[in-house]
Design a protein around this ligand. Structure first.
Ligand code: ADP
Length: 546
């Protein structure tokens, strides 16, 4: 509401009506409302329910004169500062002796009234009143703004605490997810240890050419599956920017050949054609992270085969840019399959996205592959994309920056070959492992290297056996029934302390719990080292003497 919507009110007080009338006439130039009072008492009453800009009060009135009236007004909160003009035939000096009227604006006009003089004074007071009202309006607005600001601050604080709660919930959900992943990882890795371990053993037996080929494929597939499990586990780490890529030399032609071999059976089964081609001048040995690079290619080729019923799948490797330090390659996987609509293409590369529900039902898959591939290619300073037409096939491409061959003195050890053979020393090993298949895998490999092995099915038996015989080393599974590996190690370390054993036994934790940070955790439990299942025989032998 505008403060000037109502006219300013002037209280005029006089016991004689003709004086009131002449006051109103003298001031008729002002846009004001006059409120009349015939006595001091009536004037006081009128101030209770009116707000006045000014009061013009006759001094000489019966019962309560003008001075007494103003004195009483000054005692009330809302008339304390009401400007007053006294009208009197008495000398001006008189009103100085009146108590209580010194405060606030007071003026004096003598009778007979000269209309111009009165108007001049009233005009000053009215201006002051308007200024006062304007100021009040500003204050009101400011107070309202403050109130709104406070409301906003309150809302903000509420939102902040809601956000904090949401964040805490999200963190909790994340923890639960990590726990779930850890458990899932264990559940999957345990049987994988059996598969990969047994194929290793099988490859060491007499096999005909075809059988060897099949076992090779089982082994490669097993290893790739393991890589993928690890990558799913790593996915949140990639998201958090905590995954560091390797930089090692690798043979790009050999890796691509391996991928062709991996898919040869599937290609054959589906009656498709598969071809690979390389741009001229791509060096054979490059440096980078071959496992991660292959993971992207495998994912794209796998999808291409999955979504193609007729025709062919091709993998092209092109050179985009070469310098002394960087070799940027473009990988293109083209198929003649079902293709992807423009709408579907928008959803790609997002976590858990699949273009159609019906596709999921028909072809399976997690919808994680492309999201992981995108992040991995970005980690290699590249990017990923698609060109596709519904029903006419697709080309998935990605770029990756690799390096030239790193020239260092070659380490004689070839990590990809397990030559076996007798180790420098044969050890007496206590193997604590509850899973019978894993027992056999580990036993076979350890015996192959000339070690003697005794098995304990759980932590409790391991502690008992440790107390009775002299072992050189313990391989300790972590998750076991009756007593866990961690508990058993605690007991063994305590026994060693109690008997003041000179050299504590070397204990190697063996677990399918391959989450990052596990190593540090196991070492803090009193283990000396850590090997993650499934392991290659060579890795096991190396860690025994590490
Ligand atoms: P998934 O494990 O489900 O295959 P991806 O992230 O690898 O997960 O793929 C996501 C979805 O993208 C697939 O489910 C499919 O709908 C679509 N897609 C991927 N590659 C192709 C392709 N070559 N042809 C047609 N659709 C594809």
């Amino acid at each position: 509401m505008n403060f000037m919507d109502d006219k300013p009110k002037i209280l005029i007080v006089d016991d004689r009506e003709e004086n009131l009338v002449s006051l109103e006439i003298a001031l008729n130039v002002f846009e004001v409302e006059f409120v009349r009072a015939y006595t001091g008492m009536e004037a006081l009453q009128k101030t209770l329910n009116n707000e006045f800009a000014l009061a013009i009060i006759d001094v000489q009135m019966p019962e309560m004169d003008g001075y007494e009236t103003v004195e009483l007004m000054r005692q009330s909160k809302h008339t304390k500062y009401l400007p007053v003009i006294f009208v009197s035939a008495i000398y001006k000096e008189d009103f100085h002796v009146v108590k209580g009227i010194e405060s606030g604006a007071v003026d004096f006009i003598s009778k007979p009234i000269i209309p111009e003089v009165l108007s001049g004074k009233v005009s000053v007071f009215l201006d002051l009143y308007i200024q006062k009202k304007e100021l009040e309006e500003v204050i009101r607005e400011r107070e309202q703004a403050n109130r709104q600001l406070n409301e906003l601050v309150n809302k903000l604080e509420k939102t902040q605490s809601e956000l904090k709660l949401a964040k805490e919930n999200a963190e909790l959900a994340n923890k639960i997810k990590s726990l779930f992943l850890a458990n899932m990882s264990h559940e999957i890795r345990t049987p994988m240890n059996g598969i990969i371990g047994m194929t290793d053993i099988l490859l060491n037996t007499e096999l005909n050419e075809a059988q060897r080929e099949f076992v090779d494929i089982i082994q490669i597939s097993g290893n790739n599956l393991l890589t993928i499990i690890n990558d799913i586990l790593d996915f949140s780490k990639i998201e958090a920017g905590q995954v560091a890529l390797e930089k090692i030399n690798f043979d790009i032609y050999k890796e691509i050949k391996e991928i062709s071999r991996l898919f040869s059976l599937k290609i054959q089964e589906k009656g498709l054609r598969f071809s690979t081609s390389f741009d001229e001048g791509i060096p054979q040995i490059l440096s980078g992270d071959p496992v991660r690079l292959k993971q992207i290619i495998i994912n794209l080729v796998n999808n291409a085969i999955k979504f193609t019923e007729l025709g062919e799948v091709s993998l092209k490797v092109e050179k985009v840019k070469t310098s002394d330090e960087i070799i940027k390659l473009l990988f293109k996987v083209t198929d003649t399959g079902i293709g992807i609509s423009k709408e579907g293409q928008k959803k790609l590369f997002k976590v858990f996205s699949q273009t159609h529900d019906s596709i999921t039902r028909k072809y399976g898959g997690t919808g994680l592959g492309l999201a992981i591939s995108k992040r991995l290619s970005e980690l290699m300073n590249g990017n990923i994309g698609i060109e596709s037409e519904d029903g006419k096939g697709s080309t998935f491409w990605f770029t990756a920056e690799l390096g030239p061959e790193i020239k260092i003195q070659a380490h004689s050890e070839d990590l990809n070959t397990d030559k076996g053979g007798a180790s420098s020393k044969s050890l007496n090993i206590l193997l604590a492992e509850d899973n019978p298949i894993n027992q056999r895998v580990a036993m076979f490999n350890l015996r192959k290297f000339g070690h003697t092995v005794e098995v304990a099915e759980n932590g409790k038996i391991a502690v008992e056996k440790f107390s009775k015989s002299n072992f050189d080393l313990i391989l300790m599974d972590i998750q076991m029934p009756v007593m866990s590996g961690v508990e058993a190690v605690e007991k063994i370390r305590k026994m060693e302390k109690d008997t003041a054993k000179a050299s504590p036994i070397r204990i190697i934790a063996m677990t399918a719990n391959a989450l990052k940070g596990d190593r540090e955790r196991f070492l803090s439990y009193g283990m000396n080292d850590y090997i993650s299942k499934p392991f290659k025989p060579g890795d096991l032998e190396r860690i025994l003497f590490a």
